[in-house]
Design a binder for this molecule. Sequence first.
Ligand SMILES: Cc1ncc(C[n+]2csc(CCOP(=O)(O)OP(=O)(O)O)c2C)c(N)n1
Length: 276
Amino acid sequence: MKKLGMIANGVRQDIVRMLVEAKSGHPAGSLGMADILTALYFGIMRHDPKNPQWEDRDRLVLSNGHICPVLYAALAEAGYFEKEKLLTLRKLGSPLQGHPHRGPLPGIENSSGPLGQGISQAVGMALVGKMEKKDWRVYSLLGDGELNEGQVWEAFMLGAKYKLDNLVAIIDRNNIQIDGTSDDVLPLEPLSEKFQSFGWNVVVIDGNNMNAILHGFGMASSCEGKPTAIIANTVPGKGVSFMEGKFGWHGKSPNKEEGELALNELGDARKKLEAI
Ligand SMILES: Cc1ncc(C[n+]2csc(CCOP(=O)(O)OP(=O)(O)O)c2C)c(N)n1
């Protein structure tokens, strides 16, 4: 558990460094999801960074493509590519674009950016897995604001129809989006009941608590005959106090001074973890 906490802290530090260097990008969702991405790549998913196209790998489909800094940082930490590449985020010609591009960067399963589309791709992948009797699993990440897109609900219906118990949708329930709080823009509650009525197994977790995250994924893998939605309550900007809970940090990068403040705070948190 301590090891996972240290990895998540390092992922957060890399996110801050990348965004300061790029001078643009999405910090709040990226920082909030660092624990879940860490759990997936370092505890849950079957994958091989040295063989990214391994046929039996579990697939991670990022539907909320704008939080790709956390995906890039986790992939680099896992060894898919050299960490130095992280600082090329959003630069012309870099494989680390502001929204993920499948192909040039090892470990990226889908191109994304237009919200709502990744989950449809994930449903398609999981269906292929079932049809070909494979035992790999598909994990798809969505933002709560992304649930405003009607397309996602079509995908959820299809997932239930085909009993895709090899599919897990993780909803980043951080209650922010681009223009305000998710509850103000278009209320989602009662969200668990919505998923249940769409035929999904539902697990609600604290998405910044590693024990709860691992337990939630365990509940998902023991469910048969239904896809699982993990509603992960997270704090946007988690780990950087001046960003936490503020929708203004949805898509604004920290400047150099803000970056230093953030890295100092994350560095202090790391020391505390080391001392445990
Ligand atoms: C189809 C589509 N419409 C609009 C956008 C612009 N956009 C990017 S992120 C975002 C808000 C998404 O909110 P949420 O999924 O909650 O992300 P978070 O704020 O938690 O990072 C919007 C509207 C987009 N990328 N795609």
